[in-house]
Design a protein around this ligand. Structure first.
Ligand code: MEV
Length: 287
């Protein structure tokens, strides 16, 4: 039996714009999804990704997978990408990351129809990445820490619908939406430098600006706004939604002595503070 695990992810900056070829920054999180091969079991999640992985790399053999995840599919941590990457790696343990990324991204696109692949890159490479859609650029950002706080809204986001909504907005108002994407791309470029300098105060400000643009795109929600403003009132350097919007998680940046008070503020505002560490290791063989 072989056991492989892959991390979940959180988008730091650049969501939606990344679907249109602009860059984003993503971090892999400490909560992992584990795949064991050769044990017949029920797969407690969407089977389509694992079935597609077996079709791609199963060499005609019938694999049976058992899947255990430390994170619920509802958080938006990227369970589909993580399970695809882990299942492929379980079938070909000695594979280069770029080959694994390409195969997994193709499967996720085939099954899901949309997506930039940033979640597949986080599951494969881990760490914190500067990423351009479809993996045109995947650049690891070498950092020691990332003072991130995560709050869950309690609502599942429908990524495909939100991507479609942004596409419709872009069709109706191409110049305005293109300008928003360009502004997001500019702040992602600056954030890349500031993250490497550990200038968290400025990264927090950039997150705030990014949130304003996401609001203009219409992908924020009342609950996200409530949690974001609670985190900021409690002393965060900055806060924003993470991922498609509409629900899932918000993220905030703050000094470690403020973690607890910000977590409590998120809970008082009706959210759930989630204990995860960012910048986690990519896919790995467990045994
Ligand atoms: C969803 O988590 C983030 C989006 O940018 C979609 C994607 O990049 O695949 C909205």
């Amino acid at each position: 039996m072989i056991k492989v695990s892959a991390p979940g992810k959180l988008m730091l900056l650049g969501e939606h714009a990344v679907v249109y070829g602009y860059p984003c920054i993503v971090t892999a999180v400490s909560q992992r999804l584990e795949v064991s091969v050769s044990k017949i079991d029920d797969i407690p999640m969407d089977r389509r990704f694992v079935d597609a992985a077996i079709r791609a790399w199963g060499d005609g053999k019938d694999y049976a997978f058992s899947i255990k995840s430390a994170f619920s599919g509802k958080y938006g941590f990227g369970s589909s990408a993580a399970v695809t990457v882990a299942a492929l790696k379980a079938m070909r343990p000695i594979v280069e990351n770029w080959v694994l990324f390409d195969a997994a991204y193709k499967i996720v696109l085939d099954v899901q129809g949309v997506g930039s692949g940033f979640d597949v890159a986080a599951a494969t490479y881990g760490g914190t990445l500067y990423f351009v859609a479809a993996g045109k650029i995947i650049e690891p950002l070498e950092i020691k820490e990332l003072p991130l706080i995560v709050g869950y809204t309690g609502m599942k986001a429908d990524t495909t619908t939100l991507i479609k909504q942004v596409a419709e907005k872009k069709e109706k108002n191409p110049e305005k939406v293109e300008r928003i994407f360009q502004a997001i791309a500019k702040l992602v470029e600056e954030a890349k430098t500031r993250i490497l300098e550990a200038d968290w105060e400025r990264v927090g400000k950039l997150m705030d600006f990014n949130q304003e643009y996401l609001r203009d795109l219409g992908v924020s929600s009342e609950k996200l706004e409530t949690l974001i403003s609670a985190a900021k009132k409690a002393g965060a350097w900055g806060a924003k939604l993470s991922g498609a919007g509409g629900g899932d998680c918000m993220i905030a940046l703050a000094t470690s002595d403020k973690r607890e008070v910000i977590g409590k503020a998120i809970e008082r505002a009706g959210g759930q503070a989630i204990d995860v560490r960012p910048n986690a290791e990519g896919v790995r063989i467990e045994l």
